[in-house]
Write a protein that binds this ligand. Structure first.
Ligand SMILES: [Zn+2]
Length: 246
């Protein structure tokens, strides 16, 4: 477990169990402690909780799921009595696919995972006034993605919408993805963090925007690394399968 301080009140917890860096982001607000994504299970989140309690005592916790994918929600089970917030469709997707994903990827579970659903959902935005923290709907990587903005520290947590060198496409609504990335560039933030990135800035948003726009318009894409090539191939296969299914 790597812990990196971000701004005046953020901490990024990074893990490497699934072959790529995966993050949990914690914001220590005045009113609540916000825990964004819950990674692979109770064992890891318990360690994060112990750390949080050392820093903030027993302050109430607000859990946020950026999207429904298994690598971001399995630790929900230790927060069943707290608020767990997500986009409305995120809860539905966990209801539809959560158990199957748990069966499929069970080798990665950290502690005994039970699928626990978000217990508060929204469709547009939520603003925590006393902590200057905004959650809002940002479709992209998937149709149920939300992002979190810490207005005090000017940090955008973009979930899997931002990834280096390129994001994985898990939705065919690339026009919406482009809109989300463009809109990120207009936000007053200095630091950008994704579910699998380090601490980045808007340059990565611009690069991801260029990539997704080119895929959308079917333009020639310059392959800049082996990783880029591999991820791009996965994306093209995803799009091909979706178009075939239509
Ligand atoms: Zn992910």
């Amino acid at each position: 477990m790597e812990i990196t301080k971000v701004g005046s009140r953020g901490e990024l917890f990074t893990f490497y169990d699934i072959g790529i860096a995966t993050n949990v982001y914690v914001i220590y607000g005045q009113r609540h402690v916000y825990i964004i994504d819950t990674y692979l299970g109770p064992e890891v989140m318990q360690r994060i909780n112990e750390h949080i309690e050392k820093v903030a005592g027993n302050k109430s916790k607000v859990i946020i799921n950026t999207h429904s994918h298994w690598d971001h929600i399995w630790g929900n089970c230790i927060y069943a009595s707290d608020l767990i917030i997500a986009y409305k469709r995120c809860r539905e997707l966990i209801e539809e696919e959560g158990l199957a994903e748990l069966e499929k990827y069970r080798q990665y579970e950290k502690g005994k995972v039970q699928i626990v659903y978000p217990n508060m959902t929204f469709t547009d935005k939520i603003y925590f006034e006393e902590d200057s923290i905004m959650l809002y709907y940002t479709p992209g990587h998937t149709d149920d993605c939300i992002s979190v903005i810490d207005k005090t520290d000017k940090v955008l947590y973009a979930g899997d919408n931002i990834e280096s060198p390129i994001p994985y496409l898990s939705s065919i609504h690339l026009d919406k993805y482009v809109d989300t990335l463009k809109e990120y560039l207009n936000k007053e933030v200095d630091i950008v963090i994704g579910g699998h990135t380090g601490i980045e800035d808007k340059r990565l948003v611009e690069e991801n925007l260029e990539y997704v726009s080119k895929v959308l318009k079917d333009e020639v894409i310059e392959i800049s690394s082996k990783e880029f090539e591999e991820n791009h191939k996965v994306n093209l296969d995803f799009i091909k399968n979706c178009t075939k299914a239509q």
